[in-house]
Ligand binder design. Structure first.
Ligand SMILES: Cc1cc2nc3c(=O)[nH]c(=O)nc-3n(C[C@H](O)[C@H](O)[C@H](O)COP(=O)(O)O)c2cc1C
Length: 375
């Protein structure tokens, strides 16, 4: 960094470089992190959802990762207000979202989601289906509350992810993100705390990654070769913040290598604070390690532009603005390739435009009241 260069133009210069993920060129380094909003009654994203995403693309977000959207499996979700990625009306709604994002100059992938054992009593159309998971165990350790998946269940869910990915390509999305993070179904397989299987899908890290790898392979086989497949994962779980998939880089590599081999084009490493080193003896964060271990492009996330982490946001806490110099240093060092932004973009549709134009004094603190509207 040149000493004389103002911070604002440095941000613009570093973040406005295009980046390739398989056959897709993303116009800059800023991604919108997936954020469940529950504004889609009947699972259908309506006009308000279309303009919510369209606005952010028009204001400079290079890649939008949509909120988690349920794949077509009876146990995939529980809320009728979470958008679904199957069904004619639902997909027609999503096609309009993709169109609006493209009109704004952005690119977009849906985040394909199955909640697994997180499912509680659902609303129609999810009311009767059982919660399913690798061993019928909830993330908090409660046993016997769900169904341990049979081979038939596994095949059905794998098929549902592949179908959703095919639909994404058909209706004009630029790729897909598979939600393998935060203690939901795929992560329940990856994590030994919820995966007690003694068949080929349980045991060591490679075995625990088998279900995820089969989903990736099925998706890869269904879509065009150049269609990007992104895989999001995390160490932490929604109901167990200190949980870890991997205690060492070697363990992490054992999990990620089969996924990369199955066809992941980029990894989205979900952390709550991007500046924290993942393992002792190195400054690399989780995305940095992911890129180093797999050689694939990596997206970082976690309190970008904000001081307080998002769990506090859920509890209704706001967060002051925080500078991004350290983030820019890491991007410049190629520690990772893209930066996903959650709450700052939820709060302010113009966040990317302000950052790219150096209007840093106009950045807004996060106020949890923003969760209540789809502005
Ligand atoms: C309201 C809200 C909803 C979220 N929903 C999802 C989701 O559907 N899928 C997902 O992978 N992460 C979800 N997250 C996590 C975000 O993608 C992101 O990783 C987290 O907010 C940290 O980024 P931030 O500090 O920039 O907000 C959600 C976060 C928030 C605040």
């Amino acid at each position: 960094m040149s000493v004389t260069q103002p911070a604002s133009s440095r941000a613009a210069e570093i973040l406005s470089r295009p980046v390739s993920i398989n056959g897709l060129t993303v116009p800059n380094r800023i991604a919108m992190a997936p954020m469940t909003r529950m504004f889609s009654p009947g699972g259908v994203p309506g006009e308000d959802v279309v303009s919510y995403y369209g606005r952010r693309a028009a204001a400079g977000v290079g890649l939008i990762v949509t909120e988690g959207t349920y794949v077509g499996h009876d146990s995939a979700g529980q809320s009728d207000r979470v958008p679904r990625f199957h069904g004619a009306e639902q997909l027609a709604g999503w096609a309009k979202v993709a169109e609006a994002v493209h009109a704004g100059g952005g690119t977009i992938v849906p985040q394909l989601w199955h909640i697994g054992m997180v499912r509680k009593q659902g609303e129609p159309p999810y009311a009767d289906a059982p919660a399913v998971g690798p061993s019928g165990i909830r993330v908090d350790g409660t046993e016997g509350t769900g169904k341990a998946m049979t081979q038939r269940d596994l095949d059905d869910v794998i098929g549902a992810f592949a179908e959703a990915a095919a639909a994404a390509e058909r209706i004009g999305f630029d790729g897909v993100e598979i939600h393998g993070a935060h203690g939901y179904l795929i992560d329940q397989f990856l994590w030994a705390g919820t995966n007690r299987r003694t068949d080929a899908y349980g045991g060591d890290p490679v075995a625990r990654a088998k279900f995820a790898a089969e989903i990736v392979a099925a998706v890869r086989e269904t879509v065009s070769a150049e269609f990007p497949v992104i895989f999001r994962y995390s160490q932490w779980k929604q109901e167990a913040y200190d949980a870890r998939l991997a205690e060492t880089p070697e363990e992490l590599e054992a999990i990620l290598a089969p996924l990369a081999a199955a066809g992941v084009d980029a990894f989205h490493a979900s952390t709550r604070r991007y500046w924290l080193p993942e393992f002792d003896g190195s400054d690399l964060n989780l995305a940095g390690w992911t890129k180093k271990l797999t050689g694939k492009p990596a997206i970082t996330v976690g309190s970008v532009g904000l001081d307080g982490d998002f769990i506090k946001g859920f509890m209704g806490e706001g967060s002051p603005v925080k500078g991004i110099d350290d983030l820019l240093d890491r991007l410049e060092r190629d520690e990772f390739d893209m930066v996903a932004v959650g709450r700052a973009l939820l709060q302010d549709p113009e966040w990317a435009a302000k950052i790219l134009a150096g209007r840093l004094d106009e950045l807004k603190p996060y106020d949890a009241a923003a969760l209540k509207t789809l502005s």
